[in-house]
Design a protein around this ligand. Structure first.
Ligand SMILES: NC(=O)c1ccc[n+]([C@@H]2O[C@H](COP(=O)([O-])OP(=O)(O)OC[C@H]3O[C@@H](n4cnc5c(N)ncnc54)[C@H](OP(=O)(O)O)[C@@H]3O)[C@@H](O)[C@H]2O)c1
Length: 281
């Protein structure tokens, strides 16, 4: 997501400085404070996160440092330089029992260490700043994922297809996978329209991970042996919300363009991925 935010804001004419963890570790409060004092930015976007949902169950303090205390560092530093703060959060703040896409008014009920730490991050942003913008999103996939170790769901599916083994994907978990470039563009629109508070930006349509995998293979022209499974057969360390799709209703009411369809998003991803692998992007 960070890659796409840099790209989107740069295209819109902003002078953007991007940081990775080696330039600024956001858990280091003094470093964050010094960096913001040096740059004196108008806007700070925080796409850094501790995202290892299962590992977090064994190291909740690390998750809390990266997702909560780091947000406190950023919020305090933003207050000092009077910068607007844009922070990203997750559909995992919900328990997944609503059975319909979650709105910003829905009660949060995180299910594990990662989810608790992300909700705490939201609270820290709201505790220290009057009007932060908090964007909750879901299942992010951006072209930069084809170059990172962790990748994203599309990359995992393409890798598994290459292995020739049968692929099993859960059909009883539903989310709203979100195309990072479209998310970055809607975030920039929210910023430019001076919105604050909590906004949901999900892929727009609830879809099971199994159906999403089918879309990916159709888009990539692949035909691996894909079988549905479920959470009973495929246990993970961390509990995850079963239905965590996000409603974009508030976003669209604010006059921001709807998100692209899943089929179009996957098509765009695969095209951008080709460009990256060919060295033309
Ligand atoms: N990915 C999803 O499915 C998803 C779903 C819902 C919400 N979100 C939220 O969306 C936001 C962006 O996620 P993403 O998918 O772009 O995640 P990502 O690909 O894992 O990127 C996170 C980045 O943060 C960096 N980072 C981690 N700890 C850091 C630290 N202490 N200081 C500085 N940088 C640090 C990571 O560096 P390293 O690579 O060196 O670790 C990585 O570059 C996060 O707030 C995440 O919680 C993501």
């Amino acid at each position: 997501m960070g890659t796409e935010l840099v790209r989107e804001f740069t295209q819109r004419g902003y002078h953007v400085t991007g940081f990775d963890r080696f330039a600024v570790d956001v858990t280091d409060g003094a470093r964050v404070e010094q960096t913001l004092a040096d740059i004196d930015p108008a806007i700070v976007l925080n796409a850094a996160a501790y995202n290892q949902v299962d590992v977090a169950e064994n190291e909740p303090a690390a998750a809390f440092a990266g997702n909560a205390l780091a947000v406190r560092n950023l919020a305090l530093a933003c207050r000092q330089v009077d910068a607007r703060f844009v922070h990203f959060s997750t559909d995992y703040v919900f328990d997944g029992t609503a059975g319909r896409p979650y709105t910003e008014e829905d009660q949060t009920h995180p299910q594990g260490a990662y989810a608790v730490s992300k909700l705490a991050g939201e609270l820290y942003a709201q505790a220290y700043l009057d009007s932060p913008l908090i964007v909750r999103t879901s299942g992010v996939f951006g072209p930069a994922g084809c170059r990172t170790n962790r990748g994203n769901f599309v990359e995992v599916m393409l890798r598994l297809a290459k292995s020739g083994q049968p692929i099993r994907v859960v059909e009883d978990h539903v989310a709203s996978p979100t195309y990072a470039p479209a998310l970055a563009a809607r975030t920039a629109d929210l910023v430019e329209h001076n919105h604050s508070g909590v906004f949901h930006i999900g892929g727009g349509v609830p879809i099971s991970w199994f159906e999403y995998a089918k879309l990916i293979f159709a888009g990539a022209g692949l035909n691996p042996e894909l079988r549905p499974t479920n959470e009973r057969e495929y246990r993970t360390v961390a509990r995850r919300p079963k239905f965590s799709a996000l409603s974009n209703g508030k976003l669209e009411l604010a006059g921001i363009a709807p998100m692209p369809s899943m089929a179009d998003a996957v098509k765009s991803y695969l095209a951008a991925r080709e460009e990256i692998l060919n060295g033309t992007r």
